[in-house]
Write a protein that binds this ligand. Structure first.
Ligand SMILES: [Zn+2]
Length: 255
């Protein structure tokens, strides 16, 4: 078991976004949406106040390979691979040259967020051409299973196919290694985390809310969800105050 850099090192906040765009005050799934105006202000604040937005790979190197971790370190992650990323979030991220990792549902490229129930409209998901284009422009991609399933509730053979299969599919699409995995809904258990390791990923990202430094292993990296209702003070509170996990990270599933 690899040991995470002790919490005394500067904390790294891995932020979790899903969709950035214009939404009509959604009543359900609010953690999935972020208004583009708010997103713009969040990124401007990080820039203005001198936060160090680092890539997931840099965070990994800091936590597990002895590389220095900068002060005020933030990692930006996006789940699901929604098409609206290119229109709304990406131009802002490019403006600040912020690295980002996007997690794709490998079996639904070019499809829709059909796993989301009770929404007015499913969002469309990036197709292969868009993914390749964004990769050229600097977006990093990770795997988010094949079918967006709750892995800890699947029979082990199914979970295995979701974890190994999404890696193989995305490596085929991208023509390079895909080192990062993200658990749909944050559902995982020890057996699932072990499969992620066995598949050859370097990380597994959860929905456990804490600084990444408190991870039990690279396959249980905590993240902080940014929600539709987060004002700028709420955003900063999540970055600076929600570092120490509330309970043992060994528990799952959650989210
Ligand atoms: Zn997801």
């Amino acid at each position: 078991m690899m040991i995470t850099r002790p919490p005394l090192a500067p904390p790294i906040s891995i932020l979790m976004y899903h969709q950035v765009g214009r939404f009509n005050n959604p009543r359900k799934h609010r953690a999935v949406y972020c208004d583009v105006g708010r997103f713009e202000r969040q990124m401007a604040w990080l820039h203005w106040r001198g936060y160090n937005v680092i890539s997931l790979a840099q965070a990994y190197a800091g936590l597990y390979e002895g590389q220095p971790i900068p002060e005020k370190a933030v990692v930006l992650t996006f789940d699901d691979g929604c098409d609206n990323f290119r229109e709304y979030a990406w131009p802002i991220l490019k403006k600040y040259q912020y690295p980002v990792t996007m997690f794709l549902v490998a079996g639904m490229l070019g499809g829709t967020t059909q796993w989301m129930d009770d929404v007015p409209e499913e969002a469309s998901l990036m197709d292969i051409a868009t993914i390749r284009e964004l990769r050229k422009e600097g977006v990093s991609f990770g795997a988010h299973s094949v079918n967006h399933v709750r892995l800890s509730e699947c029979p082990p053979q199914v979970a295995r196919e979701e974890i190994f299969g999404s890696k193989a599919k995305l490596e085929d699409v991208l023509g390079e290694a895909v080192p990062d995995f993200c658990y749909p809904y944050g559902y995982y258990n020890q057996q699932v985390a072990d499969m992620v390791e066995e598949a050859g990923y370097k990380t597994g990202l959860t929905c456990l809310r804490a600084a990444a430094n408190y991870a039990r292993s690279p396959f249980e990296l905590p993240r902080k969800a940014i929600s539709y209702g987060d004002t700028l003070p709420g955003y900063l509170w999540k970055i600076h105050m929600k570092n120490v996990p509330k309970k043992s990270l060994s528990k799952g599933p959650k989210g």
